[in-house]
Design a protein around this ligand. Structure first.
Ligand SMILES: [Zn+2]
Length: 430
C-alpha cells in the first residue's frame, strides 16, 4: 500500500490546488464549546436520505459510548442548475453535529496502524493535524507511554495532554487513558471520514479512501481542460486522458517520479482555454441518444456524483469538446454585410465570386452573383448582363449599393463593373 509511506509535500509550484472537490459540499466546521463539531453538508435531492441512513447506522455504534451524531436542521432550497439556466435543482442543506474528537483527558492528534504487510505503517492525522505532527513519533510508533510497555502493537493513538505534551497510547490502553474505547474513537473517526470525505492525511487522497462523492462542476471543468489539450476524447487516448485528470486532481508521485508533477507543469504553462460554454454543453449532451448519453445526462443533472461515474462524465465532456473542435472546419463563416457604405453610394472593393446562378424574370434572364469581399463580407448583385464574372475568380469591383440588408446580412449591389485582378488565377486555384 503506497499510501502508507507517502513522502509528498504539497508543492505550491505545482500550480494546482487539489482541494476543491474534496470539501466542495461541506460548509465551515465549527468546534463548539463542548467540543462537538458542527458543520453543514449540501446534498442533492435524495442524498440527504443516504446521509440520514448513515447517521442512523453510526449512532448505533456511538450509543454504546453515550455519544451521538445529530442532524440538527434540514433546509430545502432551490438553486439554479450549473448547466441549464432557469432549471432549478433541489438542494438540501443538513446541519450536523458530531461528537468531539478529544477524549476526557487528551486530544487526539493522530493514529498509527500496522499495514497488511506487517512492516509499513499507516499514519492518520486527525482533524487539523498533518503528517508533520506524526513524523517525530514514527521511530517508536508502537510504544505506549501509558503502560510503558513496548510490544508488537498493531495500532496506537497519538494524543496531546492538557499540558500540551504529546504521548503515544496503545489501542488497548486507550480506554484507560482516554476514557474511550478504541471502537468509539474509530466510530468518531468514521463520522468524519463518511461525511466530510475527511482525509486522515494527504496520503489517502487517492486509493481506497478516495472521496466517494465528486463535485460535478469541478469534475466537468477539469475534464474540459484535459479535453481541450487533446482536442477531444477517444479510446486510444483514454490512458493519457485519465492520467491528466488524476494529475489535476492532485495525484502524487510519491517521490519516485515526476510523472504527475510534469503533467501539472504542462497545464500551468499552457494558455488557459476559452471558458466552457455551459449552454452549448447542455444543449449537446441533452440532444444525444443511447445508454451512454442517458448516463451522462443524469450525471449532469446532479451537483455531485459518485466516483464511479467519473469515467463516463469525462468521456462525455471529451466527446463534446471533440465535436466542437472539428465543427468550425466544416462550418461556413458567419455571413456579414459590408461594414461601410450607404444606399446609392458608389464603392470600390476586391472580392471573389462565390457563385453565379441564372434565373428567369418577366423582364428576361438575370443572374444572381454572390461575392465574398476580401474583408469577408457578402454582397449580392442581380445582373441583367449576358456576360458575367466567373465563380471562383477574384475581381476588383466598382458598384452601387442599393440595400444594406441587416436581416440577411448581405449588401445588395447594382451597376457592378468587374475587373479581374492579376492574382485572380492564383486565388481561384488555391
Ligand atoms: Zn499501554
Amino acid at each position: 500500500m503506497a499510501q502508507a509511506s507517502d513522502d509528498y509535500e504539497y508543492d505550491p509550484d505545482d500550480g494546482i490546488d487539489p482541494i476543491p472537490h474534496a470539501h466542495a459540499r461541506v460548509g465551515d466546521k465549527v468546534t463548539l464549546e463542548n467540543g462537538r463539531i458542527r458543520f453543514t453538508l449540501l446534498c442533492d435531492d435524495g442524498q440527504d436520505e443516504e446521509v440520514e441512513a448513515l447517521a442512523k447506522r453510526l449512532n448505533k455504534r456511538l450509543a454504546k459510548f453515550g455519544q451521538s451524531l445529530d442532524i440538527i436542521s434540514k433546509q430545502v432550497s432551490e438553486v439554479e442548475s450549473y448547466w441549464k439556466p432557469g432549471k432549478m435543482d433541489r438542494v438540501i442543506k443538513l446541519t450536523l453535529e458530531t461528537p468531539p474528537m478529544s477524549g476526557k483527558k487528551a486530544k487526539l492528534i493522530g493514529s498509527f496502524e500496522r499495514a497488511e504487510d506487517g512492516e509499513q505503517v499507516y499514519r492518520y492525522a486527525f482533524d487539523g493535524h498533518t503528517e508533520a505532527d506524526l513524523e517525530p513519533f514514527l521511530g517508536r510508533w508502537s510504544d505506549c507511554d501509558h503502560c510503558q510497555k513496548s510490544r508488537q502493537r498493531n495500532a496506537t493513538f497519538l494524543c496531546e495532554t492538557e499540558e500540551g505534551e504529546r504521548v503515544l497510547i496503545g489501542r488497548q490502553c486507550s480506554m484507560d487513558y482516554l476514557g474511550l474505547d478504541p471502537s468509539d474513537i474509530l466510530a468518531r473517526h468514521a463520522v468524519f471520514y463518511e461525511f466530510l470525505n475527511e482525509r486522515e492525511s494527504d496520503a489517502e487522497y487517492f486509493g481506497p479512501r478516495a472521496p466517494r462523492m465528486m463535485d460535478m462542476e469541478y469534475l466537468v471543468m477539469t475534464a474540459y481542460r484535459v479535453a481541450k489539450r487533446y482536442g477531444g476524447y477517444s479510446k486510444d487516448i483514454k490512458g493519457d486522458f485519465l492520467d491528466d485528470i488524476d494529475a489535476l486532481y492532485g495525484a502524487r508521485d510519491y517521490g519516485r517520479s515526476t510523472f504527475y508533477k510534469d503533467i501539472r507543469r504542462w497545464y500551468r504553462e499552457a494558455p488557459a482555454p476559452e471558458p466552457l460554454d455551459k449552454l452549448a454543453l447542455a444543449d449537446y449532451v441533452f440532444n444525444q441518444r443511447g445508454n451512454f448519453w442517458a448516463d451522462v445526462q443524469i450525471a449532469l443533472e446532479m451537483r455531485s456524483v459518485r466516483l464511479k461515474r467519473r469515467n463516463i462524465i469525462i468521456a462525455g465532456i471529451g466527446l463534446f469538446v471533440g465535436r466542437r473542435e472539428t465543427k468550425p472546419k466544416e462550418e461556413k463563416a458567419v455571413q456579414k454585410r459590408m461594414a461601410e457604405g450607404v444606399k446609392d453610394q458608389r464603392v470600390d472593393f476586391v472580392g471573389t465570386i462565390v457563385r453565379t446562378t441564372p434565373y428567369e424574370t418577366d423582364f428576361g434572364p438575370k443572374t444572381v452573383i454572390v461575392i465574398l469581399t476580401d474583408k469577408g463580407e457578402t454582397c449580392v448583385h442581380f445582373s441583367a448582363k449576358e456576360h458575367n464574372p466567373e465563380a471562383g475568380k477574384r475581381y476588383a469591383i466598382r458598384a452601387t449599393i442599393t440595400k444594406q440588408d441587416d436581416e440577411k446580412q448581405q449588401t445588395v449591389l447594382a451597376r457592378a463593373v468587374y475587373t479581374e485582378t492579376t492574382q485572380g488565377e492564383l486565388f481561384a486555384t488555391a
